[in-house]
Design a protein around this ligand. Structure first.
Ligand SMILES: O=C(O)[C@H]1O[C@H](OP(=O)(O)OP(=O)(O)OC[C@H]2O[C@@H](n3ccc(=O)[nH]c3=O)[C@H](O)[C@@H]2O)[C@H](O)[C@@H](O)[C@H]1O
Length: 416
């Protein structure tokens, strides 16, 4: 007997419903899979702490940390803190280019225009270096990174920089240069194996020292700014972690580093900007009209020094927070060995920019600045062949070229 048409209709509807439910289940299943495995906005990755939960970024970090297969001696696996900073970007690039594995970490804070930091990160991305967005005070994040990668070295460059800004925001120096350093060392000392650590100290630790050139054995107990005091504190903290936990620690006293992709808060940088805009620039002078001078050091020379320090760091001896024997504890000056008066710096910039600066000469205010810096670099030369070769005019020419390309493409033609 034939089934009635009503039955056929019901059957057809049931089949359609089953098909619909099946497809809906497949769709929801796929949606769930991608939500769990990929971040919400995978089109524009944020590289932030929460992203580290996703396998896709975990493998990106591990890939970034892997040395090139043909790297002689196996290569290093380096965590670079402050990787989107001036020195951090250059050091990360140099390490990657010679075949080492590099993972960057940076909090992209707004001390100066973060867009410059993001541009540096974009450059690093093109070099194959992954930069995680996060803070060195975030112990859970650091532990996560050390869980993903057995770092052989940490190049610790994340810091609150700038001498004069310390009077405006003292807490930021304690937060980054002291608390942040300690949180990093806590994670390093518990890591297994412990990495060797090379970190950025500063020429400013020489403070009111008058013996020149400055040698590592000179007195450094009279800092003239809170910035210098936090860097000096870092050196003492390094001593403690070396002593108790067997961490290999090397502090590098950088002398006024300058160059392409530099920091906009530094004098050579904002003098350039202000001179191009025909704004006044202040040139500080010392008591009795003495000149103020700096041992300006070009970034490429500093990078060579950083790589030399990493290569000769030796091993940490502890594991899992327990010291097994003595480990290296070192401090080196990385300067240029030829101080230049700030007035001369301005003169070079005037020539390169083809503009007459509106110079105002002022007695140096009580702002934490010192009158003079001059590095003795014989220790770094002896230990890892550090040999700065860039004079201020050559280095500033490279800086100005970069500045004009980065900020003012239309004005390039006016350069000498
Ligand atoms: O070696 C370091 O460890 C430090 O180097 C750098 O500090 P400094 O050597 O002070 O550089 P920077 O500010 O460029 O002033 C340069 C000169 O210009 C003078 N200066 C400054 C401002 C101004 O308006 N006029 C002026 O004459 C000023 O008096 C000074 O003589 C880093 O910023 C710091 O983070 C740290 O790394």
């Amino acid at each position: 007997m034939d089934k009635p048409p009503l039955f056929h209709n019901l059957l057809r509807h049931q089949i359609t419903l089953v098909k619909f439910v099946s497809w809906a289940c497949i769709f929801l299943g796929l949606l769930l899979f991608f939500t769990l495995h990929y971040p919400h906005d995978s089109i524009t990755p944020r590289y932030s702490r929460s992203d580290l939960e996703y396998p896709v970024y975990q493998s990106e970090i591990q890939r970034s940390a892997r040395p090139a297969p043909d790297r002689r001696g196996g290569g290093l696996r380096v965590l670079v803190t402050g990787a989107a900073g001036f020195v951090g970007m250059h050091v990360s690039t140099a390490l990657r280019r010679r075949g080492d594995g590099v993972v960057g970490l940076d909090n992209f804070n707004a001390y100066y225009d973060p867009s410059l930091k993001y541009a540096r990160r974009a450059l690093l991305q093109r070099e194959g270096v992954y930069v995680v967005e996060g803070d060195i005070n975030d112990v859970a994040l650091l532990e996560k990174l050390f869980g993903l990668v057995q770092f052989t070295h940490v190049m610790h460059l994340a810091a609150q920089a700038g001498v004069r800004y310390a009077m405006k925001n003292p807490a930021s120096y304690v937060h980054s240069n002291i608390a942040g350093f300690v949180s990093l060392l806590e994670v390093c000392k518990s890591a297994n194996p412990q990495p060797a650590i090379v970190w950025a100290s500063s020429s400013s630790v020489y403070g009111l020292n008058t013996k020149v050139p400055f040698s590592e054995t000179d007195q450094t107990d009279q800092p003239s700014s809170l910035y210098a005091a936090t860097k000096k504190a870092g050196e003492e903290i390094a001593h403690t972690y070396n002593h108790i936990y067997g961490l290999s620690l090397t502090g590098l006293r950088f002398f006024t580093v300058y160059g392409p992709w530099g920091r906009p808060d530094m004098a050579y940088f904002f003098f350039t900007k202000d001179m191009l805009r025909k704004k006044k620039i202040n040139i500080f002078e010392g008591p009795n009209k003495t000149t103020v001078a700096r041992d300006f050091t070009y970034i490429d020379d500093i990078v060579k020094g950083c790589l030399g320090a990493l290569d000769t760091a030796g091993n940490s001896t502890g594991s899992g927070g327990v010291k097994k024997g003595p480990a290296p504890l070192r401090v080196f000056n990385l300067g240029n060995t030829s101080p230049v008066p700030v007035g001369k710096l301005v003169e070079i910039l005037e020539n390169l920019l083809n503009v007459q600066g509106k110079k105002v000469v002022l007695p140096m205010p009580a702002n934490g600045d010192v009158l003079f810096t001059h590095a003795n670099i014989s220790l770094a030369r002896h230990e890892f062949g550090y040999d700065p070769t860039t004079d201020l005019e050559t280095g500033l020419r490279k800086f100005v070229k970069w500045y004009m390309e980065y900020y003012q493409p239309l004005d390039r033609a006016s350069l000498v």
